[in-house]
Design a protein around this ligand. Sequence first.
Ligand SMILES: Cc1cc2nc3c(=O)[nH]c(=O)nc-3n(C[C@H](O)[C@H](O)[C@H](O)COP(=O)(O)OP(=O)(O)OC[C@H]3O[C@@H](n4cnc5c(N)ncnc54)[C@H](O)[C@@H]3O)c2cc1C
Length: 447
Amino acid sequence: MNVVVVGAGLAGLTAAADLVAAGVEVTVLEARERVGGRTHGIEVAPGSWADAGAAYLGDRHTALLALLAELDLKTTPTVTTGGSRFALGGDGDRTSSGRFPPLSAVALGELFESLEELTRQVRADAPWLSVDADRLDGRTAADWAGEHLRHPDARLFFPLFLGEMMAADPADVSVLHLAFYLRSGGGIRYLNAFAGGAQDSRVDGGAHQLCERLAARLGERVRLGTPVRAVHQDGDGVTVVARTGEFRADAAVIAVPPLLADAIEHRPGPPAPRSGGRVAPGCAVKVHLIYPTPLWREQGLSGWSVSEHGPLLSTVDDSPADGAVGVLTGFVTGREAHRFAALPAAEQRAQALAQAERLFPGLPAPIACHVTDWINQDYSRGCYAALFGPGDWPRLGPGLTAPHRRVHWAGTETSTEFFGLMEGAIRSGHRVAAEIKKSYGRRDDHV
Ligand SMILES: Cc1cc2nc3c(=O)[nH]c(=O)nc-3n(C[C@H](O)[C@H](O)[C@H](O)COP(=O)(O)OP(=O)(O)OC[C@H]3O[C@@H](n4cnc5c(N)ncnc54)[C@H](O)[C@@H]3O)c2cc1C
């Protein structure tokens, strides 16, 4: 039995590793000249790495933690010690002792209660089958905010929260998707929390090492620089057509984001598209400002900030545990990410530096500035994950994991558990490998 896996992100490589362990012949075809997909490391000092893509994880990410242990990788806690900086609501920049923004506690409390109530209304395993699915699916998160959020502080904070959590503009996601995303990720409190929550830790040395180590084990089975254009099926198997040639297999796994899965030509065509409709790319640009040391700590600050105006809507201290340099990561998300991504590099740098200096007075110019634009990457088409708009879940949900004959689907967007996160990607990889072993095991004794 042999299987072609399309995409060498966490989902594709997890699936490939499981299949190889079961004795299946596997070829992984990856469009880029690197593995990792939405995990990606940038070297910020010799031998020291920061996460340009996915970074944070928590204790409920059990498949990810198991993979880290298997690959002999460690985690390092997210920095939370020190004061936070806020530039919200026209009161000037402020320092607060915790992470809670200096806005009306009542208004934000009500906002979070409303979101929790929404979260309770959706079925995590099949959001389109939730009791009130039609109503929740019929409008966007922006519509919902317009109807429900009366207090200006709640109106101010909601898009910032959505940007940070989902890299989404409220106009891009249905209320159903918002509620599903929060539920799938463990609930609003878990998703939003550093210590003890989904952002508790990072992978020491960078999350990209997960895919690099998986790929190293797979060796020559992984072919880089091999974008797949088409998948043709006949009675005996599949032919996967890549730029560099054709690959014949008994089955294929497509482990790419939904907007890119639809860019692959399928013959025969699948019963339903993988995206289409209102599915939008997540909008995130990450900015890394590199300093000789984490200088903000000397002023009793954690590096955490939230700003009403961009480009850096939030910042966090992502300094490597080895202490080689100080790394301040800025998140540019939602609508602001589109504006920022369209600027020339020099202007991006100037705007990012000016804001960092305003937020952290006395901070000198950084020794380096790295901008990673995920919106305009051909083989990601947005991040953190695809955003489902009104009408998308009822249309796409039922076919999310259903194989199209010999073509099987993986990727974080096929996982209703921890959708959009590394954990969801890894779970989808295990799921698809088990699915293949089960369905072809009956036809082939080797599996
Ligand atoms: C800025 C950013 C921050 C994030 N933060 C977090 C976080 O803190 N915690 C967390 O858990 N998650 C986070 N995520 C999300 C996480 O990175 C993803 O959920 C996960 O990595 C997705 O893995 P995947 O294998 O499903 O898809 P991908 O990583 O997108 O892998 C798909 C692979 O397919 C390849 N490909 C695409 N098209 C083709 C084609 N036609 N032919 C061949 N190959 C193709 C791509 O190059 C890619 O390597 C973040 C993502 C980003 C970008």
